[in-house]
Design a protein around this ligand. Structure first.
Ligand code: SAM
Length: 209
């Protein structure tokens, strides 16, 4: 058993916000209870986008732009969907301050509708929007990815409740059942080669066959 609580705390302690702007964004998110990727998840996105040389990325759930910034900073052009206008505007401000405004297409639009308008191929897709939309957004992104493209999905371990089956914090029995079905789908999907990694709140990493 390597994934004990002390090990997880140690790993989380190794990766903090890597610059003052990201630190400010994390603080903003905490103050307003806006869920954003954990620092180690942001780092994972940036590592994978850099390693794969992703040029075109698509994201569901911009919030205030933390994960968008990690992907854009890795060199990708990111199309990202958000339905909350205040968050969308905040993301615009942060990405502009990071000097990355020309690397992002931030859309104030429902992701299901927006994804349906995109033209493939994309190199990378990140699903981090409403949990009830995960199943559809994953299938939509599989259609948009090029063979060899990466699909990343956040919160697939939902604070560990996925394994205990016991609702906790924001995660209800409905979330647990839904996410179990999603993980089953991801790991047996005929067009994906997938792995569930325990980084952050659990990140599925899949390559489109
Ligand atoms: C977990 S947060 C995204 C965090 C962001 N990826 C980050 O790490 O910086 C999920 C976001 O999805 C947005 N959202 C909810 N329903 C949506 C929809 N139908 N289409 C697009 N975004 C949606 C929420 O407003 C929320 O800001």
């Amino acid at each position: 058993m390597i994934l004990t609580a002390p090990v997880m705390h140690y790993l989380a302690g190794l990766v903090g916000p890597s610059d003052p702007l990201l630190a400010e964004m994390q603080e903003h998110a905490e103050e307003e209870s806006i869920p954003v990727v954990q620092p180690e998840t942001g780092r994972l996105l940036e590592v994978l986008a850099t390693a794969t040389g992703a040029q075109r990325a698509v994201e569901v759930g911009t919030a205030i732009g933390v994960s968008t910034l990690h992907l854009a900073r890795a060199g990708a052009h990111v199309t990202s969907f958000e339905v909350d206008e205040l968050r969308h505007q905040a993301a615009r401000g942060y990405l502009a301050r990071a000097g990355l405004a020309d690397r992002v297409d931030l859309r104030l639009q429902d992701a299901t509708e927006g994804l349906a308008t995109l033209v493939p191929p994309f190199d990378l897709g990140f699903v981090d929007g409403p949990k009830q939309g995960y199943a559809d957004h994953i299938e939509q992104i599989v259609e948009l990815l090029r063979p060899g493209g990466l699909l990343l999905v956040d919160n697939v371990l939902i604070s560990g409740t996925i394994a205990t089956g016991v609702p906790a914090g924001p995660w209800t029995s409905d979330h647990i059942e839904r996410m179990r079905r999603i993980n089953q789908r991801l790991t047996t999907h005929p067009r994906l080669l997938s792995l569930i990694s325990p980084v952050g709140d659990g990140v599925a990493i899949a390559v489109r066959r």
